[in-house]
Design a protein. Sequence first.
Length: 320
Amino acid sequence: MALLLLQRKPYADASRRVRAFRSILWLLVARAVYILYRRRRSSAIPSSLTCSTSAKPFLAFSGSGLLMAYFHGVVTYIRDHFYVDNLRLSGISGGCSTILALAMGIDLYQILLLGLHQKKKFLRQGVYLNDFESMVEDTLKQFEAIGISDEDVAQLSARDQCFIGVTQCFPPKHCSMPMPATTRELAALWLSSMSVVPFFRTPGCYQGKYYVDGGFSAVYSVPDGQCWDDVIKVTCFPWWTTVLPPAMGVADIQPRHFMPTEVLVLYPWCHQQTLIKRGYEDAKLRHSHLISRGLRPLPSAPLTKWSEWEALFAAIDEDN
């Protein structure tokens, strides 16, 4: 009898693995179908309904994990070479900091220093299993440090310019949320968009509902009424990874390098500079393409030469 049980156990373990793999596969298929449905629905919007916003290019940033430095480089190039006052923007998870910098006119160097201070804090207390409410309070302090007030957030909200992608827990679906009117709500929405294990221990809470990382339900967050075909997509993953589900398409700006470890590991500042430069150079390669998609070039570009940025980066002491 014992021998029979021992013979059955490997078969049972293999059967469970097959069922688990099948369940994961069906979940991926269901997510791909859902994403295709959303894209088809937005692509079918008559142009007469979108003409009021067609003069405003829409940039959508995917999630990035800890690879936010790449997006910083992309945004640096865009800020230095194009008008940004007419942009509509969306972001998921790590892509949200970039859209706030563009939409609110925050100095990119201050954003960079803020990110390094946050990195130092995380390395001291730990990157993983953070408490959501404690992170909201800390984010509010960081907003105050760079001068973001309730009035600034309310003005941004009134412009209907920025959207943050989250995944609603019950019922599960993707939500492209417009900007709230207060810094506290902005902090809660932003952190909800990146709320995922192992970085957070619980889902995020925004306006009484629970949300998790927007990347679970969409690669790019596109609000209702925005035509999918008009979206300028920016991601930190190369083309050969995004042609497969769930992205199923090539972005307008994406890296030539595959950077999987940088998504999960906080690298030293010397490597972060390399990631920023990669984002800058990849955006530079797409300069003409961005113009064709509706971005307006500055007549006196760049506002800041790359050599000046490099000098500023070299002067940063990560330990202080």
